[in-house]
Design a protein around this ligand. Sequence first.
Ligand code: UDX
Length: 465
Amino acid sequence: MKVIMIGCGYVGLSTGSVLAYIGHEVTLIDSDAEKIAKLRAGELPIYERGLQEVLRASAGRISFTDDWDSFDSGADAVIIAVGTPIGEGGGVDLTCVEAAVQEIGARVGGGSMPVILLKSTVPPGTGSEMKALLQQKLAMRGMKSRISVVSNPEFLREGQTMFDSFYPDRIVVGIESDEEETFLATLYRPVLLQDFTPPLAIPRPGHTRLPPLVATDLTSAELIKYAANAFLAVKVSFINEFANLAESVGADITAVARGIGLDQRIGPQFLQAGIGWGGSCFGKDARAILHAGKRHQAELSIVRAALDANQTQRGQVAKKLGARLDTLAGRTIGLLGLAFKPGTDDLRDAPSLDIIRQLVGGGARVKVYDPAAMEKLACEHPMLSVEYCPTAESLFEGCDAVVLVTEWEEFLHLPYAELGERMRAKLLFDGRNVLDQKMLTDAGFTVCGVGRSDADGGREWLGAV
Ligand code: UDX
């Protein structure tokens, strides 16, 4: 099929390259000329595992342009994958989606009509509105032909977008006719049947079962996206709140998470307690659906609670360190990790940002190290007063406490015993519960985690500060 992808962000690039890999002829359009020039030169504007290899393997079937005039009105599918940020009033800003629809409406027609896929995350009802807008645009051009607008939300995890595109748990489509369902089943056929040869960088996992095509109406498909993200955010906030209780009653949240996660009705994923969730989607989508709920007189109190609990959770680091160190004023705190999760340099809605503000606000000197996100912090948040450390090792120098904020693999293997000697006081806050507590206590550290009793059993060590 001939496919046009509008938007070259994480979603557009990953999905576009996978569609090309499985045999379609894909053109990606983005208004950012610089990004397009880079892509044409073989450079990637983002890092995603396997993307480079898949793009190379698909060369000849994939092209990039910033010129709407090269829009092929004979395409079979046009996929809208542009950004939908939160707007000023708290609702979703649909400017980019509407602009794409206008451009499409000005160009399609004449021959056969492409099917329009709405992949951007949009509030329930938007698909129908965009369809009406397109129909109106066509009518203004004197065309009476019917156009198909379908919803096709994505569930791609950053850092894993290629894996998630090749081996999705499901493909959700919001449709209005059997023909539309057949069309989408054909578009995604190799993924649904898993009969493509996997790229070397993204091998097919052993357990793969065929992903079902979940076909429903447009609005339900749109709501599935929000419900999925909100549910995952609720799940993490839930375990984080229980982590706080576990600490107070002397229980271990990792054991609790394992104990409940083995119940198949609950499942083990997204039960990793920590210093809070972040990223470009959870917070944005939770706020957007709360806003939509309000407009439709539906109170989503659990989603609101998940957001509130997350904000409280981010505050735990400064609160606990303040208590542990008697004061934050004049203390030196090192943050191991900045990105909202490992494997990315993304700082959007990262807990580290709030943690830095709170620590600095309390009068602490903050040192930071992240293997990928330091440049971004300097560029995007120049007002944050932090000291950048060139290595994880140098971060420990003179610290009263070090906090593991992002669970990068390399942080699991640092020579902690040696690094502890460089600190003023050996306090380590494992904000992701990933370090070996026994190894750290043996090395003389006082360790506190999230939802675990302190390894030293109390505050006696404070005399050392
Ligand atoms: C998420 C959804 O998973 C994806 O389906 C959607 O399309 C976009 O949003 P992403 O933002 O890439 O993906 O991150 P994800 O891996 O889901 O993690 C989100 C946040 O939750 C991270 O900050 C992570 O550290 C945190 N998290 C996740 C936990 O704190 N504990 C967990 O057990 C799982």
